[in-house]
Design a protein around this ligand. Sequence first.
Ligand code: ZN
Length: 314
Amino acid sequence: MQMPTYMSKFTSILAFVAILSACGSPAEQTVDPSRANASSSAEPNKEISAAPSNANAVTPSSNAARSNDPVRDGAPTSTKETITLQPEVPEGTKQTTLQYTMNAAYRFEPIAGSEAAKKAVLLTFDDGPKDETTLKAMLDTLDKHHTKAIFFVNGYRVKAKPELLKLIASRGQTIGNHSWDHVDLKKEDEKTVRKQIGDVQQIVKKTTGLTPRFFRPPFGSGGDLVKKIAAESELLFMTWSNGSLDWDASTKDKPEKVIANVMEQLHPGANILMHELPWTKDALDNLLTQLKNKGYAFIDPATIDTTPTTKPAK
Ligand SMILES: [Zn+2]
């Protein structure tokens, strides 16, 4: 009588697996964004504790794969048992699904067929890495909000503080190329532009093992030549669509002004320009909370399609 009992148990497990696989994405179904927003608007300065912050995340599939994902951790024991019946996907073969594309105005739109949120923003921080205290606090705030950003770095700063670049990389943030010397590339000849861009690609690769995929010219100043060289270097060229003016004297030591500037220009797909600065660091937690309260998600740079949509200028 042993065989039939064993077989019936095995059959019921198979049936359970079938039911589970028909259920779709658990992360999608268990998160209630309206509740997350309601709880955070009641206490804007406190961390959202009850509702998972990834209610606003735009990459549910990649979040589900992370070991610290609250939905997966909270899954019933029986689910874990069924998972062991299936072969684990090796870490190296996990692929990030592309969700967003950038338009000619440097704004982001969900890729056709993607379930990514239209109301989403990209966070970017230029001109680092500079200061360990400022940078660490910004990274902590991004972590608190389960958010990724692009740090557009200058080569001469990386050379001075390679450990800070490693820190950015180790926290899973994205590194972008912002030229070596922060010069106005529009005024430079081809050889100089190539060196200004190429040397940053090299030092980032040497320091972190990562190759930047994004490029932003200093001062947003880049003509056809700079665009062509960026494209040849397999870099997505962008300026921004929402300037926080955090670099300007009018916002110095005024985090509330940084927030007000961003919120005034807010639009779906916004490409938000900020810098590694103390008052931006002080603004960040409140800013991210306000963006969430407005129903905005944060675009993970890893989900942006960097394939050029048009041929670079000849
Ligand atoms: Zn800059």
